[in-house]
Design a protein. Structure first.
Length: 446
């Protein structure tokens, strides 16, 4: 019988295995049955101790599933909590990643905008004309989805001081890109009170005095169109107006871009202005402010090309001051300089702006008069001679002198010779005027 009790520990495995098969209750019932059988068998065979020990073993094996199950449930619960925590952390990290990605994209856009601003500012160094600069301005505002177009207006009728009343409608479109052409912009600008020198004007925002106003088209107010503009300034004066047409709201970021753009344009246009001023000064005589001889010869070549192409004509006048050497010898070279300046002023004030005047050399001047009949040219030459003869030139306080000029005239027709021979003809006519007693006008004739 002891050999039978030896098999009982092996039977105790059954109550342990059944719960893992999903049969926990059967394992308990089996443990109770085996315990009772062990006690009964031990009682009948006088092995009470062995019977009770095996009974305890069976009961322990049957009840072992409950603490194990509790531990498993606790482990599952902890695992679920850990999973929920990890999911929450993952969601948090995902949100942080999305936020960082958004910040990265924003920084990338800002870096791209800064790069474009830098490239635009860099381009200002190389451009010597306004239009390429205004074309490149599109790179700064390319991200603006509600931007319909932009343009630039100038005011050629203004004096340099730009002192204009609000009622004056003098701003004209110089450049247009996008929704409206220059004529369309002009219609809008005519309806705006643009006095750019008064900072207290209420139509300007505090941000660098930027104009923000509603748009009128064909005399009617639009519903969702806005005009944003700002004066382009240098040396304390407004020389132009940069304006934008937008649909919908206008953001502060856009106004900041406008403020930045007008500052760069002011620098770029000022550089162009200085460059042109230097170039123009290099083309003019320092004493009389008339064109130099080399510039005059360039204009003469251009005039000949134009005449040959369109079958027109022009005339060349050569002027020489009579007895100018006596003025220098008697009154000094400073007085001679004053005479030359006065003659230049008389010439400029007695011909229209389309006439090219130059100081040809020393006391000699040259004029190009295009698209005028020969008799009109001769009348103009006589008028200039008379104006100079009747002018009293003050060379010092209380001292005035008079001087006369001799003028030679040569006409250029499409079948006429080259520039050199035309100059020789005018010189020959001038020589004839000198030989005829000076203070006269002579026309070259075959």
């Amino acid at each position: 019988m002891m050999n039978s009790f030896a098999l009982f520990p092996l039977l105790s495995i059954l109550p342990l295995v059944l719960p893992f098969k999903g049969k926990g209750k059967r394992g308990i019932l089996l443990a109770i049955f085996l315990s009772a059988f062990s006690i009964l068998l031990g009682f009948r065979n006088n092995f009470m101790v062995a019977g009770f020990l095996n009974a305890v073993l069976f009961i322990a094996a049957g009840l072992f599933q409950y603490p194990l199950k509790r531990e498993v449930q606790e482990a599952v619960s902890n695992s679920l909590q850990r999973q929920l925590y990890l999911q929450a952390e993952l969601s948090k990290k995902q949100l942080e990643c999305e936020k960082l990605e958004s910040q990265r994209k924003k920084l990338q856009e800002e870096a791209e905008q800064i790069s474009k601003r830098y490239l635009f500012a860099k381009s200002l160094v190389s451009y010597m004309e306004e239009v390429p600069i205004l074309e490149d301005l599109n790179s700064i505002f390319s991200f603006e989805k509600n931007l319909l177009g932009y343009g630039f207006a100038t005011n050629p009728d203004l004096e340099p001081e730009l002192d204009v009343s609000k009622d004056e409608k003098i701003w004209k479109s110089f450049f247009a890109k996008g929704f409206l052409d220059q004529e369309g912009w002009n219609k809008i600008l005519q309806l705006l009170p643009l006095n750019l020198n008064r900072s207290e004007d209420r139509i300007f925002t505090p941000l660098d005095r930027i104009l923000k106003t509603e748009v009128y088209l064909d005399g009617k107010k639009t519903e969702d169109l806005y005009l944003v503009g700002s004066p382009v300034r240098w040396q304390g004066r407004a020389h132009g107006l940069l304006f934008f047409l937008l649909e919908g709201s206008v953001s502060d970021d856009f106004l900041d871009k406008v403020s930045f753009a007008v500052q760069l344009l002011g620098l770029g246009f000022h550089k162009i202005h200085l460059y042109r001023k230097i170039v123009e000064r290099s083309r003019r005589d320092g004493l009389t402010n008339l064109y130099l001889r080399r510039v005059f010869l360039e204009r003469l070549s251009e005039e000949i090309s134009f005449t040959k192409r369109y079958g027109t004509s022009f005339s060349l006048l050569m002027l020489d001051l009579d007895h100018f050497k006596l003025v220098n010898d008697r009154y000094g070279h400073l007085a001679g300089d004053m005479v030359l300046k006065k003659i230049a002023e008389i010439l400029k004030s007695n011909v229209h702006h389309g006439v090219n005047i130059c100081r040809y050399g020393g006391e000699e001047f040259a004029l190009l008069i295009g698209l005028a009949p020969q008799e009109v040219v001769l009348a103009t030459a006589e008028h200039l001679r008379s104006a100079i003869e009747n002018s009293a030139i003050e060379i010092s306080e209380g001292v005035t002198i008079k001087i006369t000029v001799s003028i030679g005239v040569a006409h250029y027709l499409p079948e006429a010779p080259l520039a050199e021979e035309l100059i020789q003809r005018a010189d020959h006519a001038l020589y004839q005027a000198k030989e005829s007693g000076r203070n006269g006008v002579r026309e070259w004739k075959v």
